[in-house]
Design a protein around this ligand. Structure first.
Ligand code: HEC
Length: 107
């Protein structure tokens, strides 16, 4: 019995480790942290587009001017009042993953 419980514990510990490794998946991060303002496909729509008129669409023209590194810088420092810094909410790996994901949206 005890032996079985130990085995179960090991199995659970294994799946928790896998879940946190997956947290650096760009789409998962985007859907959790960015989608509500920037829209599911990176083009602000509806109420959010009205509320944040300066919010850019992540299209090819925009992304041509923003490297993945410069997006990480924006995520670290924030921009103006509404694009807040995410440095307390995301790891460096998550920022890199979401920057990479933005570039896939612009294609
Ligand atoms: C509360 C709404 C909100 C959330 C959440 C949000 N953003 Fe923004 N974002 C904005 C607004 C508004 C701007 C325009 C800022 C400006 O130029 O004044 C912006 C601008 C940007 C820009 C362009 C900055 C530039 O001019 O180069 C990038 C890139 C960006 N956001 C990425 C993200 C990513 C990635 C996330 C998720 C981790 C995110 N944003 C979450 C509102 C938001």
């Amino acid at each position: 019995m005890t032996k079985h419980l130990v085995m179960l514990g090991l199995l659970l510990a294994g799946s928790v480790t896998m879940a946190s490794a997956q947290a650096a998946d760009g789409k998962t991060v985007y859907d959790a942290q960015c989608k509500k303002c920037h829209g599911a496909t990176g083009t602000p729509a509806g109420a959010m587009a009205k509320r944040f008129p300066k919010m850019p669409a992540f299209d090819a023209a925009f992304l041509a001017k923003r490297s993945e590194d410069s997006i990480v810088t924006i995520l670290t420092k924030g921009k103006n009042a509404d694009m807040k810094s995410f440095k307390d909410k995301m790891s460096a790996n998550e920022m890199k993953a979401v920057a990479k994901y933005l570039h896939t949206l612009g294609k």
